[in-house]
Design a protein around this ligand. Structure first.
Ligand code: SF4
Length: 212
């Protein structure tokens, strides 16, 4: 059976090593079918000593091409929102719940249109996120959107119910403080972009206060 049909990244995790070893191993992951069409694995970026870890959904088109998370339009908006909330993006570890871009090719110019990962794909990829959490041990987790929330907290997670509130949950057997908010791409899609942006900044300010 091809490894991607098993839908788990576990066999690809290195036995030891820090973030560099994890990133190198993730580059060769075939734990689910998403690696087939994507350009490359987009692993997390930031210091192992980061106090805050931000977790999004999956790489977008620009991230897939460049191999770095949050470098596209949503990433630029997130940088601005972090700065407005008083969080230095350089001091944060940025990653996604799913490490490969998922898309469909839309005619006539065959543009690559983002497609949300399934729960099965997110579950297959979750060992990488668990390893990042275990290595970085952030004081605070910022959950960006539903896919990240479900990957970390289970299928019943709803951003709208808990956004902007400092929570403490057990994640992978460890108590973890976290704040959930919307994914920055949801702000870009919003009919009232300014109001949605202010909502994101307000939630991130809760995160900033938790780090004081
Ligand atoms: S999405 Fe995750 S589990 Fe699937 S191939 Fe990529 S890194 Fe592996």
């Amino acid at each position: 059976m091809p490894p991607e049909d098993a839908y788990t990244a576990t066999p690809f995790l290195p036995a030891r090593g820090g973030l560099p070893a994890l990133g190198k191993a993730a580059a060769a992951c075939r734990g689910c079918p998403l690696h087939r069409d994507a350009t490359q694995t987009v692993f997390g970026t930031g210091k192992a000593t980061a106090r805050v870890m931000l977790v999004g959904e999956q790489p977008g088109d620009q991230e897939d091409r460049q191999g770095t998370p949050f470098v596209g339009p949503a990433g630029h908006l997130l940088d601005r929102a972090l700065a407005d909330a008083g969080i230095d993006p350089a001091e944060a570890y940025l990653t996604n719940a799913v490490k490969h871009f998922k898309f469909t090719r839309a005619e006539p110019r065959k543009r690559r249109i983002h497609k949300a990962p399934t729960l099965r794909e997110a579950t297959a990829c979750s060992p990488w996120l668990a390893a990042e959490l275990k290595t970085v041990k952030p004081e605070l987790l910022v959950v960006l959107g539903a896919t990240a929330g479900k990957a970390l907290l289970g299928a019943s997670f709803r951003v709208t119910r808990v956004r902007g509130t400092l929570l403490e949950e057990e994640i992978h057997g460890r108590p973890q403080r976290l704040v959930a908010t919307v994914h920055p791409s949801a702000v870009l899609r919003s009919d009232d972009r300014e109001a949605a942006y202010q909502g994101l900044v307000s939630d991130l300010k809760t995160a900033a206060r938790a780090l004081e």
